[in-house]
Design a protein around this ligand. Structure first.
Ligand SMILES: Nc1nc2c(ncn2[C@@H]2O[C@H](COP(=O)(O)OP(=O)(O)OP(=O)(O)O)[C@@H](O)[C@H]2O)c(=O)[nH]1
Ligand SMILES: [Mg+2]
Length: 334
């Protein structure tokens, strides 16, 4: 059960101006409100987002994924600090689908990113993933806008490469980076082809110590796998870079690649503009479905009728798809 994030003693106008001033406590408060399903929080979030909308949209939104233990957090520490050296302000939103019950990986990530966690130019925040309809991406999408309004210029969204969450992260970011391990054969089999197809950039991590010689071989394997796939961004060739988050190798090369990716004058720039437009439309569609369901659940007859159909389905008296259609018809024919 959610606890109320909205604070009567903290007027929304103050909260809004504090976020615009880059105050991280205000930002955290607003993200907590966005994550809450309580009515009061929902209304407050909407007011805050409406006021801040003109200040959003200017960050580079970068998704990062990879198998558990591939070194994402360590990499983000190095990459984030390198971005800050270039004058960026970096926010990291970590989505951990495995942390439903124990409340996020924030402790882990703050330990894994000690310098970033202490930097004045960084903000690290776990984004609890919920399996409610469209829930994961709604709160995360709103958190992303809030970070932009707070002046963060690079937003990194980290997720573990084990399932649905990377598809969602792809659908809210401009650039998607896949981290892989140097033991190429196994790795390519372990990473689903569908996930490789989402990536704009590949980074073969842990190219250090004993694994160093394997990294170049892995690069060849990944390149040939990519040659059979379409780039997710039309006009952009997916680069494969080897490096080490731990030893900070390959990070500058990747940063340069990001600069090229986000270059306004690059031929694929139009594809990025279209991607954002498509993403806004998708968000609207997802929110619409959710609002319809919430509305239906507030109608008196809905829950009783639904339970009756569930019982019928259980008894094999009705096909689930037909039950769904009838439930909707009952709602409107009353
Ligand atoms: N050799 C080497 N080890 C690394 C590197 N990056 C991370 N590690 C080690 O790999 C382990 C996992 O690192 P994390 O950064 O926590 O990996 P992660 O992908 O964030 O892990 P999860 O969040 O659990 O999915 C740790 O023991 C790190 O010290 C690297 O570049 N080289
Ligand atoms: Mg991690």
């Amino acid at each position: 059960m959610d606890s109320l994030a909205f604070d009567r003693n903290y007027p929304l106008n103050d909260l809004i101006s504090d976020i615009k001033a880059g105050n991280r406590r205000a930002l955290s408060k607003a993200i907590s409100m966005a994550e809450s399903s309580l009515d009061l929080d929902r209304k407050a979030t909407e007011n805050v987002l409406e006021a801040l909308l003109p200040y959003t949209g200017n960050a580079k939104r970068i998704g990062i994924t990879g198998s558990p233990g591939v070194g994402k957090s360590t990499f983000i520490e190095s990459f984030g600090l390198a971005c800050i050296e270039q004058g960026e302000k970096v926010a990291v939103l970590a989505i951990d689908p495995s942390s439903q019950s124990h409340g996020g990986s924030i402790l882990g990530d703050k330990v894994r990113m000690p310098l970033l966690a202490r930097s004045d130019n960084a903000y690290i925040r776990p984004s609890p993933s919920r399996l409610t309809l469209g829930g994961v991406s709604n709160a995360t999408r709103e958190a992303l806008l809030l970070c932009e309004a707070a002046g963060f210029t690079t937003i990194i969204i980290e997720t573990v490469g084990v399932g649905q969450s990377e598809v969602e992260v792809r659908s809210i970011t401009d650039a998607f980076l896949l981290l892989m391990l140097p033991n190429a054969g196994d790795e390519i089999q372990g990473i689903k082809r569908g996930i490789m197809e989402l990536a704009d950039m590949m980074f073969i991590n842990k190219a250090d110590g004993q694994l160093l010689p394997l990294a170049e071989i892995a690069k060849g394997h990944v390149r040939s796998a990519l040659s059979l796939m379409h780039s997710p961004t039309q006009g952009w060739d997916v680069p494969v870079i080897t490096g080490s988050g731990l030893e900070q190798h390959g990070i500058q090369e990747l940063l340069k690649m990001c600069d090229t990716f986000f270059d306004d004058s690059a031929p694929h720039h139009q594809a990025l503009i279209e991607r954002r437009a498509q993403q806004a439309k998708e968000w609207f569609e997802i929110a619409l479905h959710r609002e319809l369901i919430l509305w239906a659940e507030n109608q008196n007859s809905w829950n009783v009728d639904k339970q009756a159909y569930l019982d019928d389905i259980h008894q094999k008296n009705i096909v689930p798809s037909i039950a769904a259609r009838k439930l909707i018809e009952n709602l409107f024919n009353k």
